[in-house]
Design a protein around this ligand. Structure first.
Ligand code: FES
Length: 187
């Protein structure tokens, strides 16, 4: 069964927002990708093909659009998809060490999901919050900022306990710390 088979009303509503032309129809690509991503946590090759057929385009074009946005996942993700910014400010602040810590703690690499289905990890480009580097984002929640190893472990512990992000208390202050290799070293 296709993902959109039982979502025809939703699909009609999306198409109604765009001109009734082949180009207008293809404008529905983004909302369709977003819907699959939200419901299934990733957009499999089968879903990419299904979207392409509905829109009268190719799976290659769908994959091309997806590759431009880190939000769209072409690999399975866990309940909590941890995105570690690896660009310059975060790299200087210890993003590589945080990544190694995650790999060791969770026992997974990019593209894996922990056996309990909870976690997947990904390095991403600048999240636009360089002044609070290093930065980690869980799913599409607000950023976790000034991440140290201690804050990272507190984050994982809280998520494992089923807490919402805003309920998790992270050690240390936010906003003015100096970090080196994932450790807080001064203000
Ligand atoms: S370099 Fe990480 S948020 Fe900009």
């Amino acid at each position: 069964m296709g993902f959109f088979d039982d979502k025809q009303d939703w699909l009609r509503g999306v198409f109604a927002q765009y001109p009734d032309t082949p180009q207008g129809r293809r404008a529905a690509l983004m909302p369709m990708l977003r819907r699959v991503q939200q419901d299934e946590g990733w957009i499999s090759p089968e879903r990419q093909e299904e979207i392409a057929q509905i829109l009268g385009t190719t799976a290659t074009e769908v994959a091309g659009v997806m590759s431009f946005y880190s939000y769209y996942q072409a690999l399975p993700t866990g309940k909590y998809h941890l995105q570690v910014c690896a660009t310059l400010s975060c790299a200087i602040g210890g993003a590589d060490e945080l990544w190694d810590e995650l790999v060791q703690e969770l026992g997974i690499l990019r593209g894996d999901v922990t056996p309990d289905g909870l976690f997947s990890i990904q390095k991403v480009e600048c999240l636009g919050s360089c002044h609070t580097a290093p930065v980690v984002q869980v799913n599409d929640e607000p950023y976790v900022e000034c991440v140290t190893k201690a804050r990272l472990h507190a984050l994982l512990r809280g998520l494992r306990e089923g807490k919402r992000l805003e309920e998790i208390v992270l050690p240390g202050k936010v906003g003015h710390e100096v970090h080196v290799r994932g450790e807080e070293v001064g203000v």
